[in-house]
Design a protein around this ligand. Structure first.
Ligand code: SF4
Length: 397
């Protein structure tokens, strides 16, 4: 990994679309169910907030675009096209060829058909990430998803016919899930992915988030989750099965054929600059050579109103101190299998590496087998990634 390559001139763009068909009971994302969306007003507002970000930040090059949510496959393809064209006009795509620019759209099965995928491709999208979550009907029902396993398979096949780059998400460590069941589901998912020509899979452990129906159910004993040891075993199964299938991990929850990692997310984890537009979108942008942390208002109606009145809906815009920047680079970099580039950390913060991370902790974590150290990098081992919060806590003191 080389974070030093992450110049403040190269910008990734994140666009948040906050609407969903229904609210999943485990979800704490900024997602809302509404009866009507004024697509014209939303297109106008996204373009205006993008122009505001362009105007103030130092970026000259566009690294990638990611439409996340919510459910961005509910957007008008015309809006997706307008945002992509505006970003490409404002910032020069980075790379020798324009069409190498990675443009990802998250989609949910049941919200987009083959014609819809084709329209998004015409709009400029070249990578789709599908929220499949399980390919088992009973589990989809437990997770409160609106699609069936058959609809998920159909969406994967349909997207695979249209896009060269395809990924989907799965959720594991579900109640009473056994190692054998997860091995079987993963193997079937790999077959479906490969048949569709995909080379990327994201596998997330089910977590219980505050203010969700799952939190209430969990606290009331409606269901139980695997023990910590059970979670460790299922994580190990994920690494083993996907590794053997040619999809090694490149981040805690993300696996890809070598060369097919999500460039947008890797850019962010490596400490690159990104602008976030749309409700709740957050970013790290360089303004006159200083890194700012930015965040937009979350409620969709408030965001829309603010942007139409003021060109943006920023609720936070603060300069990151070198210490704060250093700490977040440690937290982000250690998620990646390639690890944290210590020289890049020094370059980005102007601090010495040992004023950011504790030397004593480095030695002790290495002796515990949680990290490996080389001259200029720190990498977490598979076990270290599983215990990442503890590793980060120790390193940052
Ligand atoms: S579809 Fe995704 S963003 Fe929407 S409620 Fe479900 S988990 Fe949340």
């Amino acid at each position: 990994m080389n974070t030093s390559a992450q110049s403040t001139k190269a910008m990734a763009l994140y666009v948040h679309w906050p609407f969903c068909v229904s609210k999943c009971p485990y979800c704490d994302f900024n997602s809302h169910v509404v009866e009507h969306v004024d697509h014209g007003a939303w297109r106008d507002a996204l373009l205006r907030e993008l122009a505001y970000e362009v105007e103030r930040c130092d970026a000259t090059h566009l690294k990638s675009i990611f439409f996340g949510g919510g459910t961005p496959s509910l957007m008008d393809a015309d809006t997706v096209s307008a945002v992509i064209n505006a970003a490409r006009t404002h910032w020069k795509p980075q790379g020798p060829l324009d069409d190498e620019l990675e443009i990802t759209l998250e989609a949910n099965p049941g919200t987009v058909d083959a014609d819809g995928f084709a329209a998004f491709k015409d709009a400029g999208v070249n990578r789709v990430s599908l929220g499949v979550q399980s390919i088992d009907d009973e589990q989809l029902k437990f997770l409160g998803r609106k699609h069936s396993a058959a609809e998920a398979m159909h969406a994967i096949a349909s997207a695979g016919e249209i896009f060269d780059r395809l990924s989907f998400d799965l959720i594991y460590a579900r109640p009473e899930q056994t190692e054998a069941e997860w091995r079987d589901e993963l193997s079937r998912a790999i077959d479906v992915l490969h048949t569709a020509g995909g080379a990327h899979l994201s596998c997330y452990q089910l977590t219980i988030e505050d203010n969700t129906p799952f939190k209430t159910d969990f606290e009331n004993g409606v269901f139980d989750l695997p023990s910590e040891d059970g979670g460790v075993t299922l994580f190990g199964v994920t690494q083993e099965v996907l590794g053997n299938a040619g999809l090694p991990s490149y981040e805690i929850s993300n696996h890809a054929k070598p060369g097919d990692a999500c460039q947008h997310n890797v850019h962010v984890w490596q400490g690159g600059m990104y602008a976030g537009i749309g409700p709740g979108g957050h970013g790290r942008v360089s303004v006159n050579g200083t890194v700012h942390a930015t965040r937009k208002h979350k409620p969709p109606a408030q965001w829309l109103k603010n942007v139409l009145a003021d060109e943006h809906s920023t609720i936070e815009d603060s300069i990151l101190t070198p210490d704060a920047r250093g700490q977040e680079l440690v937290m982000l970099g250690l998620r990646l299998d390639d690890g944290l580039d210590l020289a890049a950390l020094e370059q980005a913060t102007g601090l010495t590496r040992l004023s950011v991370v504790s030397e004593q902790a480095l030695e002790s974590l290495e002796s515990e087998g949680l990290i490996t150290l080389s001259l200029d990098s720190v990498q977490t081992t598979a076990r270290g990634r599983l215990l990442l919060n503890g590793v980060i806590g120790a390193l940052l003191g």
